[in-house]
Design a binder for this molecule. Sequence first.
Ligand SMILES: [Zn+2]
Length: 222
Amino acid sequence: MDNYIDFHTHKLSTPDGVITVYNQLLHEDAGIPKRYYSAGLHPWYADKLSAAELSRVLDLHGSSPDLIALGETGIDKVCKIPIQLQQDIFELQLNKAVILSKPVIIHCVRAWEEMLEITRHYHIPMILHGYNGSDQLTANLVKRGFFFSIGTMILNPNSRIGHAIQHIPLSSIYCETDESNESIQSVYNAVSGYLKMEEPDFRRNVRGNFARLCKEYEARSF
Ligand SMILES: [Zn+2]
């Protein structure tokens, strides 16, 4: 039976049968966890580390074999951090991801235009986490080659992503719990339901996506 991949969680616990990618917020803890993880400076806290400090900490993490991705990083127009600072910190992390050959987990709130402009010149895998966009936005993002991590908002029967998911290629979908107390299984059930797929088939597909994304981990048994 294939494991569930929880692509983005802030919880330290790992339920049975689930492989989690723990998200480490670098302004809180710069230590290197002994588990699969992503690490980044979140846009809400872009003023908590200097560029030099962030660069130094990311280099440290870059040497960990358990680092799956950089991020979450990105732009959030709802928070109070100046947009220019958010963009600078975002770009710094994109540049570092290029050097480290790592994917980037992106947090984007009401800043699609800016995000698309900044990422235009980066040819690395970028995953939009907690994604809940419209059909139109989704179709545009698919054309630009983004990956999508779907969270518990899909459990809401009126979510945008419940409809838009049909525009996303199967090879570009991940699932996550983020900060929710809902189970990752409930997210897989909801997504596979919208896709009219058997859940175990969908799960196998996500696992394959994950193995491809983390190509240097392919030899491991996920
Ligand atoms: Zn998160």
